[in-house]
Ligand binder design. Structure first.
Ligand code: ZN
Length: 546
């Protein structure tokens, strides 16, 4: 039976533009640079077992990087305050560990995703940030290969002629390790007018920190089942928000993460290296602090910026252009489709406040209330991890209305966290060998499910019909036919709530928010939302295609 509002909104014209978020766009651009070098995309969970997040990366129990001051820990549900053996990953590297455990070298892997550290937000810090991390495992890899890759990467992201420098630095799972610096594009380290004071961009240093890199420790390789006597391996990582700030001269990371849709709408022009660049200077002689091998790199400017630029090396170029997972490719297409339909991408932090469930009118036993809890949240008011994208998205909708942004229409694609009872098994796996498959299975079974969801929130005329259309758009991209059926499900308004089905599987809901909910959240009447489980939708539509 079709309800009165299950049809399309008569192609209701929408007068405003949409946009994907610049962090998403830049992360994709950086990923694509590495895909062109033959890298393949890997993904991993955001809530991770400590073994993958730390032990496998040679960070033992006493390592400062896993202390509560540096990592969000999840509480053991059966023992309040107790350690669960699960953390929010502090870097994307555990995804590389998982990939190494499941594959045979040679490997070229890129992971783009979110990482978390309990740093309150200020001009340069955010508790949630995005990384792009590369890992190469092959015969005879050296620091020279790493430096060439970084130079190619930097030139592709910041423009031809970008000069990089490595400076030794201690890092978690690489040794030797270095920080990656870019030459200051404003002053090139030379101040023509000394009386004007130091350069405002680099502080007179001439170099700006971009990321980190290094040779993967043999112990990490051994743990992942790779023979360190046979294979060399290097890794590097850069922050996406930091890249965005450096490339576009942004001074405050909070402008990027705050949720004001004027930011993505005003940053639509994204051309890699599209900003005019000053003429490059010759390679500056590295100081004694530089990694010695980097000094030996000749001809830094001759690496071609073409697809598969390292193709002559066999594995480097063999898979040029491929390497994107089906999930990532579908998520990109959904993002483009929704931006084209007038929605603005608004990624939100995953932290939720339990009071949100009361505003939603959820019953005491509603499974969405069963959240994973952090032992050390950024604020005690938001101690839990989201089981739905709606609280964060609706808060952003309210913010944009307060800011006077006309008829905001927002979307987010992100993971939600299913609760789990009990602690992850403590595995004494620090030993220098690959753990048995059964032990890894036990560890994986302790990591909660983290499906990707898509949600939209909007106000204005016909908003409920547009919410249903957004679900149809996502299903269409996935190649699925979506069925809608009237239902009652908080926080939606009875009579204005549809469940979204593919076959018999209920994948989500769309419609208008309950009057009590919009009142509790301070939103205007007629606010509508849709949320759908993309992971299940993807599985239902996976017919062996890639
Ligand atoms: Zn400068």
């Amino acid at each position: 039976m079709r309800s009165a509002f299950s049809g399309r909104a008569g192609g209701a014209p929408h007068d405003s533009r949409g946009a994907r978020h610049p962090v998403t766009v830049v992360a994709e651009q950086m990923t694509d640079v590495l895909l062109d070098l033959g890298y393949r995309v890997v993904e991993g969970p955001e809530v991770e077992a400590e073994w993958f997040a730390f032990d496998a990366l040679d960070m033992d129990d006493d390592h400062p990087g896993r202390a509560p001051g540096r990592a969000f820990h999840l509480e053991d549900p059966s023992e309040p305050g107790g350690r669960s053996g699960l953390v929010l990953r502090t870097r994307t590297s555990p995804a590389q560990v998982r990939a190494m455990l499941g594959r045979t070298p040679p490997l070229r892997l890129v992971c783009a995703g979110r990482a978390f550290r309990p740093d309150p937000a200020d001009t340069i810090h955010s508790p949630v940030f995005n990384q792009v991390e590369g890992l190469a495992v092959d015969l005879g890899l050296t620091m020279v290969d790493l430096k060439k890759t970084l130079d190619h990467f930097a030139a592709a992201v910041f423009g031809r002629g970008t000069v990089t420098r490595l400076r030794t630095h201690r890092a978690a799972y690489t040794d030797p390790s270095a920080k990656v610096y870019l030459e200051c594009a404003v002053c090139h380290g030379v101040r023509e007018d000394v009386s004007a004071g130091p350069c405002g961009t680099c502080g007179g240093e001439g170099w700006i920190e971009w990321g980190w890199c290094g040779t993967v420790r043999p112990r990490v390789l051994t743990t992942c089942g790779v023979d360190p006597h046979r294979y060399g391996a290097f890794a590097f990582g850069v922050g996406v928000e930091r890249t965005l700030m450096l490339r576009h001269g942004l001074k405050d990371i909070r402008d990027i993460i705050g949720g004001d849709i004027r930011f993505p709408l005003g940053m639509e022009e994204f051309v890699p290296g599209g900003r005019p660049r000053p003429a490059p200077r010759p390679w500056t002689t590295a100081t004694s602090r530089a990694v010695p091998a980097a000094r030996a790199v000749p001809d830094l400017e001759i690496i071609p910026l073409t697809r598969g630029g390292h193709g002559r090396r066999g594995p480097w170029g063999r898979e040029a252009g491929g390497g994107l997972t089906r999930s990532q490719s579908l998520r990109r297409r959904i993002g483009h489709a929704l931006a084209g339909a007038g929605y603005v991408e608004t990624p939100r932090f995953p932290f939720v406040c339990d009071a949100a469930w009361d505003a939603f009118g959820l019953a005491p036993d509603d499974p969405r209330r069963a959240t994973l809890t952090l032992t050390n949240p950024i604020t005690p008011r938001e101690p839990s991890l989201r089981t739905t994208l709606l609280p964060g998205l609706l808060a952003a909708l309210g913010l944009n209305l307060t800011l006077g942004n006309h008829h905001p229409a927002l979307f987010e694609q992100g993971v939600v966290f299913a609760p789990r009872t009990g602690a992850a098994p403590a595995l004494p796996l620090l030993a220098d060998r690959r753990p048995a498959a059964s032990r890894l299975d036990a560890l994986n079974a302790a990591v909660p499910a983290q499906p990707s969801h898509l949600a939209i929130a909007l106000t204005g005329e016909s908003s409920w019909a547009r919410a249903v259309d957004a679900a149809r758009t996502a299903a269409h991209v996935m190649g699925a036919g979506l069925i809608t059926r009237p239902t009652e499900y908080p926080p939606w308004l009875p009579g204005r709530c549809l469940e979204l089905l593919v076959g018999e599987a209920v994948l989500g809901h769309a419609g208008e928010l309950h009057t009590a909910t919009v009142q509790a959240l301070g939103l205007p009447p007629g606010t509508s939302v849709m949320e759908i489980d993309l992971t299940t939708l993807e599985h239902l539509t996976d017919h062996g295609s890639t």
